[in-house]
Design a protein around this ligand. Structure first.
Ligand SMILES: N[C@@H](CCC(=O)N[C@@H](CS)C(=O)NCC(=O)O)C(=O)O
Length: 228
C-alpha cells in the first residue's frame, strides 16, 4: 500500500491516516505530493488528480492501483482490511461513539480549523490568544472540543479517548498539534491526554518528520512571512 500525503508540517488530513498506520505498525510506503499550491495547474493537483478526481490528499493506493480517498473512507477501509487490529474500539458502543466524534470532526470545527491551520513547527501563542478573544465561533469550537475529549476520557478511563489507542486519537492528533502551536487553553485534566497523544508512536514520528522538513509555504501561513 502507498499513502499519498502533503507536507507534514501543514497537512492535517494527511496526518490522520499516516499516524494511524504507523501507530498500528501497518506497513505502507509514503509518497509525498509536495504542496506547491492548490491551483488547478499546480504540480500538486496534477499528481493528486492522477490518482483521485477529488484532487486532495490523503489517498491510499493499493499495489494494483485501487485508490481510496478521503480520510474517513481510508480509516474504514484499513480497519476492515486488518480486522485483527482494533483500529476501532472492540466494544460496539465505544466504537459507535468513536465513529460519532470522528464524523463530528470530519464535518465540523470549521471555525477552529480555519483560524488555526496546522503548523507544527510554529509557535504562535499570541495569535491563539488574539483569535480566541475576537472570535466567538472559534471559542465555541474549542469548548466543544474540550468537552468531547473530557467526556470520551471519562467514559473510557483512558489512557486514550476510547481506552486503547484508536482511529479517534489519530483523528484528533492534528487538533492536539494546534493546541500546542497556538497555546490554546485546555483544562489541566486534558494536559495529560495531550502529552500521551504527542508521545504516541505514530504522532511522535510525524512530528519528527514535520520538523525536519524546513520548508516555509507562504500560502499556508496567514500569520508569518518567514520562519522565525
Ligand atoms: N475531506 C478530505 C479533506 C482533504 C483535504 O482537504 N486535504 C487538503 C490537504 S490537508 C488538500 O488536499 N487540499 C487541496 C485543496 O484544497 O485543493 C479528507 O478527509 O481527506
Amino acid at each position: 500500500m502507498k499513502l499519498l500525503i502533503g507536507n507534514k508540517n501543514y497537512s492535517s488530513w494527511s496526518m490522520r491516516p499516516w499516524v494511524m498506520l504507523t501507530e498500528f505498525g501497518i506497513p505502507f510506503e509514503e509518497v509525498l505530493a509536495r504542496f506547491d499550491s492548490f491551483a488547478p495547474d499546480s504540480t500538486f493537483k496534477a499528481t493528486v488528480k492522477a490518482l483521485s478526481p477529488a484532487g486532495k490528499v490523503p489517498i491510499l493506493v493499493e499495489d494494483d492501483g485501487f485508490a481510496v480517498w478521503d480520510t474517513l473512507a481510508i480509516a474504514e477501509y484499513v480497519a476492515e482490511k486488518f480486522p485483527d487490529q482494533a483500529l476501532w474500539p472492540r466494544d460496539a458502543r465505544r466504537r459507535a461513539r468513536a465513529r460519532s466524534v470522528c464524523a463530528e470532526m470530519h464535518s465540523g470545527f470549521g471555525a477552529l480549523r480555519n483560524a488555526f491551520g496546522m503548523n507544527i513547527e510554529a509557535s504562535l501563542p499570541e495569535i491563539g490568544a488574539r483569535v480566541l478573544a475576537q472570535d466567538a465561533a472559534v471559542r465555541a469550537d474549542l469548548a466543544r472540543m474540550i468537552s468531547l475529549w473530557q467526556e470520551a476520557l471519562a467514559g473510557s478511563g483512558g489512557p486514550f479517548l476510547f481506552g486503547d489507542y484508536s482511529i479517534a486519537d489519530a483523528y484528533f492528533a492534528p487538533v492536539v498539534m494546534r493546541v500546542r502551536t497556538y497555546a490554546l487553553p485546555v483544562p489541566a485534566d486534558l494536559a495529560a491526554y495531550i502529552e500521551r497523544a504527542v508521545a504516541a508512536k505514530g504522532t511522535a514520528a510525524w512530528i519528527r518528520d514535520a520538523l525536519a522538513e524546513q520548508e516555509f509555504l507562504q500560502f499556508e501561513e496567514p500569520y508569518r512571512s518567514s520562519r522565525d
